[in-house]
Ligand binder design. Structure first.
Ligand SMILES: [Ca+2]
Length: 233
């Protein structure tokens, strides 16, 4: 058991963190309805916000420039989740299936990573709350998502991937999922790299590829992910 499983120290000690993330005691998701707006951890005094959706300039939702990002965030910039090749073509790091036969691809975002030994039957439990940053009502090509990858650290093989949520799966009128749990039991003994990702993204089909405007818009209005605990036992 890790002594910082629930961020009890109020820090990201033992974690690798990329992007606009910080450890907090509460979070107000400004665009959510009053009844569901204030978020507090259920376990311990702390939780983490990954890719804080409040760090945007109105009204376009363009990300706040790095020099305007307060110093208590892990990094001033989001982490790039789309690789640029010499040809200029961007290859998304993550692609996931989306309702309606679409594919959703990553642009930028944030992630949290911890490396931990697991035994046969070891349990991984993560409490999370996905915070939408934009309405998919206006532009169906925009779709953000959060996922968990459990990777074999020795050979970098993906052991398990779970897509936690996507913007387009949330009923209209809601702007967050509320607290939910991910649980997973390890089928083997290995050193696991557990990576929790939240991505700004866009959806498309092969017959209807994204336009340049859509690719640019996909970097705006980031969605966030609250993590209450990462519990390994
Ligand atoms: Ca977005």
């Amino acid at each position: 058991m890790n002594n910082n499983d629930m961020f009890q120290l109020g820090t990201f000690e033992n974690y690798k963190v990329r992007g606009r993330c910080k450890v907090i005691k509460e979070y107000e998701h400004q665009i959510e309805n009053f009844a569901n707006r204030l978020k507090k951890p259920g376990l311990g005094a702390f939780m983490a916000i990954l890719d804080d959706p409040a760090l945007i300039d109105e009204p376009d939702g363009v990300r706040t420039s790095p020099n305007q990002v307060p110093g208590d965030y892990a990094e001033k910039n989001p982490v790039e989740l789309s690789e640029k090749r010499f040809s200029g073509i961007e290859t998304p790091v993550y692609r996931i299936p989306t309702a309606g036969g679409l594919t959703t691809a990553s642009k930028d975002g944030a992630y949290l990573e911890i490396v931990h030994g697991l035994d046969v039957g070891s349990g991984v439990r993560i409490r999370w709350d996905f915070l939408i940053g934009e309405s998919s009502e206006n532009d169906f090509s925009l779709n953000d998502f959060a996922l968990i990858d459990i990777i074999d650290a020795k050979n970098s093989t993906l052991e398990h991937r779970e897509v936690l949520h996507q913007t387009t799966d949330i009923p209209l009128g809601r702007w967050s999922t509320g607290w939910r749990s991910f649980t997973w039991r390890s089928p083997k003994k290995f050193k696991a790299k557990i990576r929790i990702v939240v991505c700004n993204g866009y959806s498309f089909s092969e017959s209807n590829p994204p336009t340049l405007d859509q690719l640019t818009a996909a970097r705006s209005f980031p969605s966030g992910l609250l993590i209450d605990c990462v519990s390994i036992a």
